[in-house]
Design a protein around this ligand. Structure first.
Ligand code: WQD
Length: 324
């Protein structure tokens, strides 16, 4: 009875691995380490390899008596997905098919998938619930929507039960400072705000302040990475208890603007965040935040951390690891 965690050496994966170990669950991580960091696993079982290596995946499942999979391994840079779509179709979609075929052959029928609220594109209304139209606006988002469909069909043909966890904006670091996000590749707001506050970049570019929101900047649902990890622990328990598959929005239900994030950082860090208002970024929705009713009802999960908790943990992590 153990869990195969693909991409477990990544940002959300490593926090989930830690939460699963704290909950006493047996697990093994499969990660290519192309983008992941083995140090973040804090000693958890790691096999370095690719989700497309069917023989390796089958061998891992057999050797570790795997009964569940949580699948993080994927590329997630929205901009890159539009300039290198083949990389995303092959890894995120074809890679998942190869993975699923291998774990099914080993008898696995319980699957948690790292999906995204971006499958809905620009929401017609907020808060966003799981019945909103599927309308991806990037190749990255389409790979998530397509993978959800493929996993649904494996439910029809092979009895695979899948919980699709649709993340909102994951941010922050472990509350005890043990692990956090590697900001090397990230173009997400919170790590860039930290870089600006720490002088690693001259200033943050704020992509537009002329949106129809209270302060003119875009609104997002920032969710603490430890809350996100807890949602995975609960989703796996739900499936282990015979629970049905589900699509679940994983967000706090609270919207925060770009300027809210900047002001919170300045207040908590006691440092200025140099920024400049520039043109809007193509594809940015004005506002998106979750309706968390279904995940609360299905998993008994609610976010425990606030935006201040997110910023405090991110500041503590990045100011102690400004080299990465
Ligand atoms: C947040 C806000 C920007 C950078 C993310 C993930 C996506 C999905 C949903 C999981 C926006 C503004 C940003 C900057 C800025 N999650 N911003 N200057 O676009 O909401 O999407 O959450 O799958 O994968 O990327 O996140 O952090 O890029 O932007 O003004 O330098 O910050 O305009 O309003 P986004 P983000």
């Amino acid at each position: 009875m153990s869990i195969l965690v693909t991409g477990g050496a990544g940002y959300i994966g490593s926090h989930t691995v830690r939460a699963l170990r704290a909950a006493g669950r047996e697990l093994v991580v499969l990660d290519s380490l192309e983008l992941g960091d083995a140090q973040a696993l804090l000693g958890a079982d790691l096999v370095v390899g690719d989700i497309r290596d069917a023989e390796l995946v089958h061998e891992i499942c057999t050797r570790h008596a795997v009964t569940q999979v949580v699948h993080f391994a994927a590329y997630k840079a929205v901009g890159e997905s539009m300039s290198q779509p083949g990389r995303y179709w092959r890894n995120n979609v074809a890679g998942t098919v190869d993975l699923v075929e291998a774990v099914l052959a080993a008898g696995v029928r319980e699957f948690v998938f790292s999906s995204s609220c971006s499958v809905n594109g620009t929401p017609a209304q907020v808060p966003l619930d799981e019945d909103a139209p599927i309308h991806p606006e990037s190749v990255y988002a389409q790979t998530k929507a397509t993978t959800e469909t493929i996993l649904g069909w494996y439910g029809v043909t092979h009895g695979l039960r899948t919980v699709n966890l649709r993340y909102f904006n994951a941010a922050g670091a472990s509350s005890d400072g043990a692990i956090g996000e590697d900001w090397t590749y990230s173009q997400n707001l919170v790590p860039l705000v930290m870089k600006a506050a720490l002088g690693r970049i001259p200033e943050l570019q704020v992509f537009g302040d002329d949106y129809p929101t209270p302060d003119g900047t875009c609104i997002r649902d920032y969710i603490h990475v430890e809350d996100l990890a807890d949602a995975h622990v609960r989703a796996l328990a739900h499936l282990a208890e015979g629970g049905e598959g589900a699509n679940l929005n994983v967000g706090t239900g609270v919207g925060s603007s770009v300027l809210d994030v900047i002001r919170a950082t300045e207040r908590i860090a006691g440092a200025k965040v140099p920024y400049r208002i520039v043109a809007r970024r193509a594809g940015d929705p004005t506002s998106t935040y979750a309706d968390p009713a279904r995940i609360q009802a299905t998993l008994g999960w609610t976010a425990q951390h606030t935006l201040d908790d997110i910023i405090t943990s991110a500041w503590n992590w990045h100011s102690a690891h400004a080299d990465r």
